[in-house]
Write a protein that binds this ligand. Sequence first.
Ligand SMILES: [Zn+2]
Ligand SMILES: [Zn+2]
Length: 367
Amino acid sequence: MGQCTSCTEEDQEIQIEESQNASKDQYWKTPVNKLTKKFIPDDKKTEEALGDVEEQINPKRVQLAFSKKITEKYHKRKTVASIDDWIPSQKEEPESFQEYAESDYNKVSTESHTVYIQPLDTSMTKEFLSTCQKYCLAYFYPLPVVISKFRDITKSKIRNRKCLQGFVQYHSGDIMKRAKKWIPDDAYCMICILNMDLYPQDSWNFVYGQAYLWERTGVFSFARYNPEFYGEDHGMSGEELRELVMFRSIGTMVHEIGHMFGMGHCVYYECAMNGSMSAEEADKQPMQLCPICLRKLWHNIGFDPLERYQALVEASRVSSSFDETKGWYSKIVRHLKKIYAKEVLEEPFTKDYENNINETSTVKKQS
Ligand SMILES: [Zn+2]
Ligand SMILES: [Zn+2]
């Protein structure tokens, strides 16, 4: 059982030390701080973790998307800002591409390749769910992503209690047991989502979420991504708050689904698969996958990287909180097109999964 991202026994207040937070944008140019040096694999190990792309990746257009030129221009190496960050606190072993490829991860197949999102409480609007779906369709391109019919947790007999903040909290293990019965045959995985808080066992204050990788099910709560959960005086307008919660929720969702694809936490680059100890640390993570994690996903799904990036540019129009992400994807799309124009290349390479034609073409048509 993978117990995800930010399972903390206490509500932790993390202080980021400003002084140690400077070198983030200039990893390649300036010396990194001591913590980063101590906890982050060096350049050589990072290169090895990606593997010999020229030797190992075919077709050429995919190989070029993983080239050093692209990697160095668009991806920042991971830095550690504080000893309380996820990496120093958890001391997880790095997972290279090779280790992933040799692991017993759940493989996408023609029989089971649909990602299901199961909403568990009626406070999630249709608009919110459709935004989640649109983004996941591009992120896990070209797999179909389906929003399952609402199941109302408040009407179930799932164990619950009140959390410290006074809200109702549901037992995540109980939800997972039910989810095993709900998961459709053609599912690659099913992620249950809710705006109510979760706890994994009596002695824990709360948990953000949990996933059973081998049962292909997971559950995740967005409750704590809303500053109002903690009674914070956030000073945001309703619209700003909605955008923030949306951005955090989708970031969490793609991270969690990434775990369902068998990917561990990333320690190499600033990456959507970085672990985080708090919403604050999670806020600093990019929505994008680094080359190592992207290679893992590509290895499992098989997509044309340019097509996926194009789909992500379109999907990033869902909300203005994605503008920065959209800018990043747009740049890499332009750059890849330029590189491809100079080379004699094969046709776009995307595995053909039946049933997904209509859904992915909705994303594609807009581009
Ligand atoms: Zn995680
Ligand atoms: Zn990564």
